[in-house]
Design a protein around this ligand. Structure first.
Ligand code: ZN
Length: 245
């Protein structure tokens, strides 16, 4: 099986289309989505609809929760909160239902998938080896796919310590899984990368080869920014797209 991984789309339709065009020629069998289809960006309905059409294996992200349950945005910063409230008003009933149908954790094809972390809390960030450790202890599979930090990176746990590997700007970087080693993999963010590379991120997981290949895809950032400002979304959210932070 070859899976296309699209995470943290964040209502960025321009980036999502660019990523799907990049992945189209890569003979995929299925898509997976580690959460946050909406939030921040200007096209929540179009993004949910496009993702739904792909029929991905998907889990819910914290911004997806904030878009369907009022009060859950309270712990966001001011700009994220404003975007969450706007998104909630925009979403169609059918798209809200779709987000509501997503589970927080699931296991498929020997992979555990969660948006943030398996432990100690589902919405924790894994951005360091010590933050990765509780999830390594909780996972029952060799691989765990996450999103949430918007960094394209992975962590390895072999016989020794947890080793962090940040792939960030490297497109075409391939991870070959080794026997006896477990991995937490973040394919990066489609719609709001924060690892210093503003290009959209996505990946291909090949179960036969035992590999993950990360791709960075340029897209028309200005088009998305103009759309955000036209919708009245906070200016800093548009600005950060160009910086990849
Ligand atoms: Zn996110």
């Amino acid at each position: 099986m070859r899976y296309g991984i699209i995470s943290d789309v964040h209502s960025n339709l321009v980036a999502l289309r660019a990523v799907l065009a990049e992945l189209r020629g890569r003979s995929l069998d299925k898509f997976v989505c580690p959460g946050d289809i909406v939030g921040y960006g200007p096209r929540p309905n179009e993004c949910v609809e496009l993702v739904r059409e792909l029929e991905p294996v998907a889990v819910i992200g914290n911004h997806d929760v904030a878009a369907i349950e009022s009060g859950t945005e309270d712990w966001f910063n001011a700009v994220a909160r404003a975007a969450a409230i706007w998104t909630r008003q925009e979403l169609s009933a059918a798209n809200r239902e779709y987000l509501r149908s997503l589970q927080p954790v699931l296991i498929f094809d020997e992979v555990t998938m969660v948006h943030g972390a398996l432990a100690p809390d589902l919405w924790d960030y894994i951005s360091s080896p010590w933050e990765a450790r509780p999830t390594f202890e909780a996972m029952k599979t060799q691989l765990c796919f996450i999103g949430h930090s918007h960094y394209a990176e992975w962590y390895e746990l072999g016989p020794g310590a947890v080793v962090p590997m940040q792939v960030g700007a490297t497109s075409g970087h391939q991870l070959q899984f080794a026997e006896g080693v477990r991995y937490i993999v973040n394919a990066g963010s489609v719609g709001q990368p924060r690892d210093g590379d503003p290009r959209a991120a996505c990946a291909v997981y090949d179960t036969d080869e035992g590999t993950i290949e990360v791709f960075r895809v340029p897209y028309d950032i200005a088009e998305c920014q103009e759309d955000m400002l036209a919708k009245g979304l906070p200016v800093p959210l548009a600005q950060r797209l160009a910086l990849g932070v």
